[in-house]
Design a protein around this ligand. Structure first.
Ligand code: FE2
Length: 378
């Protein structure tokens, strides 16, 4: 079933309708078992900087949250501090994982109205939070699985994060690793659910489909998946949606769904301007990346043509290379960063290319299959 590169990218004309102008990703909130230690990991290993804290000291009786930031990427790590609540149940079922993909908007009330009237299921109606730094307006809708989109309006706010948080200033300091912004965030959904969720992003949020891949594009001898990439009008928010496809063995998407117990965020792709420096740094600090066989590099330059970087450090780190008609890109994938084989990160450096590394799918999935094999879940 070696059918790679036999199907052309099926590009559709973007028709995003901007009834929901999005300024960017505001924050990504993970529900985790131990936010204090997760915050240390993301600072020490990834170079995120401390921003804000909420907990008993700020009047939060049931949860604690640490807010970290690196350039435009803001992470919120939240743990319950009492038994039996919604966050506990979420962690019990899913393990650590992304609960909220928050979107930065000018008008959280209008964002809520426009999306709910188009069929979005409400998570929380618009509400205001106020403190001495001003006002934040929030609202939220459900997306795939138990994942939520919050709309965050902060044009009248000047505090560190939002009301209810105070500045978080540990003595411990780490250097950043060159991560700049979230390039895309991928959702894994169940069998035959990809189109349903792509329609959700098109109809409810006004996104357009950039590109799609089917199991002919994305299959190895064993596993297969299908994927479509949805983008908002200004291209700042890109959400590829994956679903499993039939293969000889269990696909990585099925493994994810089995361990996450439903649909959820599979990977967060973060951009850098210097992938060699960033990945060298991350690796030295304890981030684990997927292994790429040396043979990948034997003919990669025949496939992608000339690149600015020396091949040797890319090979040494296991960075993958792909080219489209606009340029090329460099990308690498971490192993899952949680206890379960669920969420991972991608580091990506774009040199003109606006695609997602289709030429690397086979090498990438074979690398993932080696890991699945070790876990006995292939
Ligand atoms: Fe990706």
């Amino acid at each position: 079933m070696s059918t790679e590169n036999t199907i052309e990218l099926k590009k559709t004309v973007p028709q995003a309708e901007d009834f929901l102008p999005l300024l960017g990703t505001d924050y990504v909130e993970l529900y985790v078992g131990n936010a204090k230690q997760a915050a240390y990991y993301y600072q020490q290993a990834w170079g995120f900087q401390p921003v804000a804290y909420s907990g008993l000291e700020t009047g939060s009786k049931d949860r604690v949250s640490y807010v970290l930031q690196q350039d435009k990427i803001r992470l919120v790590l939240t743990s319950p501090i009492q038994p039996g609540g919604d966050i506990n149940r979420h962690i019990d079922l899913h393990g650590d994982g992304v609960k909220i993909v928050a979107l930065w908007v000018d008008d959280a009330r209008k964002s809520y109205e426009e999306t709910t009237k188009r069929g979005a299921k409400s998570y929380v109606e618009p509400y205001e939070l106020n403190d001495e730094h001003g006002q934040v307006v929030l609202s939220g809708i459900h997306t795939y699985g138990e994942t939520v989109h919050m709309f965050v309006e902060r044009k009248n706010y000047s505090g560190p994060f939002m009301p209810g948080y105070k500045e978080y200033k540990p003595n411990f300091k780490t250097k950043e690793t060159g991560l700049k912004y979230i390039d895309h965030m991928v959702g894994n959904v169940g069998w035959n659910e990809m189109n349903k969720w792509c329609e959700f992003y098109a109809k409810v949020m006004g996104f357009a489909q950039l590109v799609s891949f089917d199991d002919k594009d994305i299959s190895t001898d064993y596993t297969a998946l299908m994927s479509k990439v949805m983008s908002n009008g200004n291209g700042r928010i890109k959400f590829p949606i994956n679903e499993p496809a039939e293969g000889k063995k269990k696909s990585q998407i099925e493994e994810y769904i089995d361990f996450y117990h439903g649909a959820g965020v599979q990977h967060i792709a973060v951009a850098t301007d210097n992938i060699i420096e960033t990945v060298t740094n991350l690796r030295d600090r304890g981030v684990e990346f997927l292994y790429v066989p040396e043979a990948y590099y034997d003919d990669v330059l025949d496939r992608v043509g000339e690149i600015d970087e020396d091949l040797a450090p890319l090979k040494e780190l296991g960075v993958l290379i792909d080219r489209d008609d606009e340029g090329y890109l460099l990308q690498i994938f971490t192993k899952p960063v949680l206890d379960r084989p669920t969420m991972f990160f991608e580091i990506i450096q774009r040199k003109g290319a606006q695609s997602f590394g289709k030429g690397n799918f086979k090498a990438l999935f074979e690398a993932i299959e080696r890991e699945q094999n070790l876990r006995g879940t292939l």
